[in-house]
Design a binder for this molecule. Structure first.
Ligand code: FUC
Length: 825
């Protein structure tokens, strides 16, 4: 008993010492140190219990097994296939006229069947790189087991004891050194006996020599999406052109203190060592969306070796120091404390279970918020690819929905929090994707419709495929993906004030998207401009005669996206003082767009006519785009429409998938209903183990805090973090709204380092749900208007106060770089 508790204390002291060491190694100024750890007393028994690490490109899921450690590995550019066929259906164009004719005659059945002729190929698949297994030869049972993911430092650890030896494993994925590093130590000399084996579901070769093991292969030329069961062999390796199937290579190298390393064919062993550091390097031959990945590919082995060489000259501590400093330069920008972030002395899975059963745990909510930030920093880095449906973490050969970029909600949701949570650089990979799809999308606009500009349909991949894929028109034939993504370009400018970005990157892309939308619009014969064919992503309507359909005219989402894009491109042209004639034309088109309609139930109408939904509680809330992510509808500016949104939210209900709940949290926050938003946060944080697909009653959180669609899909995590931010601070329509949707459960707290449109950095504290103090740092010298529920004063500037409904609007000029303090009057 005494021995056991002594051992427990020893392990605790060791964990503390390791944490302090990591802390001491960073000079970055942490605003407030709060315990931010996921920890467990058992190893992961499945993938949704394993812990993710990543540097934007290299990802690993760590299982933490005692006798056998398992790291499932990913490399963000490893996809099947090659550059997209940009004209896969040369006959497509000929159908547009007849679809529009059928729609004019309200023959929705015919329109739908003709629309399904206007389709091309599905996207390719994001792949798993492989698995590293480390057999740990131990004599005896393990005690005092603990594994954790410390998101203050982005370092994972596993510790346990066998006999009188304490074993510690530490892991991280380093962005500055582009390597995954894992150090295993034994507290007693010469006690480490390990055998490492590599495997992959992809075709591959393994060769081990000296202290290194290398795995090489070529990715499939095609992977059929998992929802299709049409191909007898769904994973195809038949590239003869050098243009379909990228090469990949990864390598595992050991450095040992004590003992001896031996290589045997396909494995590495180390015996009687005291400490072993394992370096994992990987690269693919991917060389851009338009390059044949094999014949025109980069030299992946040279790249892999370069990363390995630059890392192995450093020891584990110096790699870790550089990693932690880099990670914290992002992570430490924001802190959130809700009711003191009380730590609950329970392993994370038990803590989540207690919360699921109704326990209050604001510390867990704050951890979940920061975990979303951790995941974005770990899966989306400047110069790399954007986070896909699973970020960068995927263990399937045929992942759900190909783990691609689904842009009718999911990809955008991944980035809702990027700017507001002060991770603007992590938003940039999405901008790169937009640049790519604008090129291929111009071909799709021309080849499928004979139209101007560029378009993207409901999903894309690393090859920037933009065509409508084959499948139900309810999701495939939706050409609004490019226009939705374009709002991210404008958002990046709004949050940063970066005019150069606006001028050189954002505006030309937004203009191209607007050109497509304008040429896509047609007259409805009643004075309005409408879209046709038109769908409301994935939903089905029932017309007055009882027939079901998916293709119609001018869905609310289409009109809202186009209105939003025109608004933004008009504003961008004003900021840049350019394109006066074009701006006038955009304004004229915008005036004539079919406006919002309120249905008989008092709801915001989803369809052109006031039709019933086949599934009234459908998970998509596409018609609410105007309140979030756009800002056309607000309780202050358009109270009637906001009321209709609320009614729609009531009719739609609180159910749905993880991402659906994520979207709803943001909408309730924009409706200034903090308690309803908080109810959905609680539901999102329901412990689940469900792995299959559930479209209607899903949601929930796996033991590793990954969001469940189900299955795992990362958008719900990011959507949740975004929603929590929207509850604390909103900054659309030219106003910084402080504490717009505080729930009763967050009566006291503080948040530091959030970003707001107008290029401001904002910190807030509150008590009894009332603002205590706020500081606003102006990054661009723009004028600032604050919306607050009680009057405030501004230190350091002359301000004016106006009333708006029940709120106060306080306006003051700012100077670039200045900090302003706001307090109640
Ligand atoms: C959309 C959603 C599904 C899923 C898929 C990846 O099609 O409707 O629920 O999230 O994307």
């Amino acid at each position: 008993m005494i021995v056991n508790s002594l051992r427990t204390s020893l392990v605790q002291i060791l964990f503390l010492a390791l944490s302090l060491e990591a802390l001491a190694q960073t000079s970055v100024n942490k605003k407030e140190e709060v315990p931010l750890k996921l920890w467990y007393q058992k190893s992961a028994s499945n993938w949704n219990e394993a812990l993710p690490i990543g540097n934007g490109r290299l990802g690993a899921m760590i299982f933490g097994g005692v006798a056998e450690e398992h790291l499932q590995l990913n490399e963000a550019t490893l996809w099947s296939g090659g550059p997209a066929n940009l004209d896969p259906n040369p006959k497509a164009k000929q159908y547009l006229g007849s679809i529009r004719e059928a729609l004019l005659k309200e023959d929705y059945k015919k329109a739908e069947s003709l629309t399904s002729m206007l389709q091309g190929l599905f996207t390719e698949s994001y792949l798993s790189l492989g698995d590293l297994y480390i057999r740990h030869n131990l004599k005896g049972e393990a005690t005092n087991y603990q594994r954790e993911l410390d998101i203050n430092h982005a370092v994972a650890r596993t510790t346990f004891q066998v006999g009188d030896v304490i074993y510690t494993r530490e892991y991280f994925s380093s962005a500055p050194d582009q390597v995954i590093a894992l150090r295993i130590t034994a507290s007693k000399e010469a006690s480490l006996n390990l055998t490492l084996k590599a495997s992959s579901e992809l075709q591959h070769n393994v060769a081990a020599a000296g202290d290194e093991m290398t795995i090489k292969g070529k990715a499939p030329s095609h992977v059929d999406p998992s929802y299709l069961q049409t191909m007898e062999i769904p994973v195809v390796y038949n590239d003869v052109s050098g243009c379909k199937g990228m090469r990949y290579a990864w390598s595992v190298k050991l450095k040992n203190k004590g003992g001896k390393v031996t290589a045997a064919g396909d494995s590495l062993s180390v015996n009687n060592a005291t400490e072993v550091t394992i370096y994992i390097s990987a690269a693919t031959s991917f060389n851009g969306f338009d390059k044949c990945p094999d014949s025109e590919g980069v030299d992946e082995q040279a790249l892999m070796n370069k990363y390995l060489t630059q890392s192995t000259v450093q020891d584990f501590s110096s790699l870790r120091e550089r990693h932690v400093a880099d990670y914290q330069s992002f992570f430490n920008r924001v802190s959130l404390i809700l009711d003191g972030n009380k730590d609950v002395k329970l392993p994370t899975n038990e803590r989540l279970l207690a919360y699921t059963k109704g326990a209050a745990d604001t510390g867990l909510e704050a951890l979940y918020f920061q975990f979303g930030r951790y995941l974005l920093i770990s899966s989306s880095r400047e110069g790399g690819r954007p986070a896909n449906l699973q970020g960068i973490w995927n263990h399937h050969l045929r992942a759900p929905w190909s783990s691609n970029y689904t842009v009718n909600i999911n990809t955008e949701m991944n980035y809702w929090m990027a700017e507001s949570c002060n991770l603007s650089e992590c938003h940039l990979p999405l901008m790169s994707l937009i640049k790519d799809v604008a090129v291929t999308g111009a071909e799709t606009a021309k080849n499928f419709y004979g139209l101007d500009g560029w378009t993207l349909h409901h999903n894309t991949d690393i090859w920037a495929a933009t065509n409508p894929v084959s499948g139900s028109p309810s999701w495939a034939n939706w050409p609004m993906g490019g226009a939705w993504l374009s709002r991210h370009l404008w958002e990046h400018y709004q949050y940063t004030g970066d005019r150069k970005f606006l001028e050189q990157v954002a505006y030309p892309l937004m203009k191209g998207s607007a050109a497509f939308c304008v040429s896509w619009l047609i007259e409805d014969g009643k004075g309005h401009l409408v879209t046709a064919p038109s769908t409301s992503p994935e939903n089905v309507f029932i017309t007055a005669d009882g027939s079901k359909g998916t293709v119609s005219v001018a869905t609310t989402m289409d009109m809202a996206i186009i209105r939003d894009l025109l608004n933004n491109v008009i504003r961008a042209s004003e900021v840049l003082n350019t394109d006066t004639d074009l701006r006038a034309a955009w304004k004229e088109k915008k005036q004539r767009l079919l406006p919002y309609q309120i249905g008989a139930k008092g709801n915001l109408q989803e369809w052109y006519k006031d039709w019933e939904d086949a599934e009234p509680q459908h998970r998509h809330i596409s018609h609410l785009y105007g309140i979030f992510p756009a800002d056309e509808i607000t309780p202050a500016l358009t109270p009637d429409l906001a009321k209709a949104v609320r009614r729609t939210m009531e009719l739609r209900g609180d159910g749905g998938t993880g991402w659906s709940k994520g979207w709803k949290i943001n909408v309730w926050a924009r409706l200034w209903d903090g308690n309803h938003a908080h109810k959905l946060i609680r539901e999102q944080l329901t412990l689940t183990g469900v792995e299959g697909t559930d479209y209607a009653n899903g949601g929930g959180t796996y033991p590793n805090l990954f969001d469940a669609h189900p299955p795992f899909q990362i958008d719900g995590n990011f959507g949740g973090t975004s929603g929590m931010t929207e509850m604390l601070l909103q900054s659309h329509q030219g106003e910084l709204h402080l504490l717009p949707a505080l729930p009763d459960g967050w009566s006291v707290g503080s948040v530091a380092g959030l970003r707001a449109r107008g290029a401001f950095e904002v910190s807030l504290s509150w008590e009894r749900k009332l603002l205590k103090t706020a500081t606003i740092k102006s990054l661009d010298g723009q004028s600032c208007t604050i919306r607050s529920s009680a009057p405030v004063k501004v230190k350091g500037a002359k301000f004016t106060i106006a009333k708006s409904g029940d709120s106060y609007l306080t306006t003051f000029p700012t100077s670039k770089g200045q900090l302003y303090t706001i307090s109640p009057r």
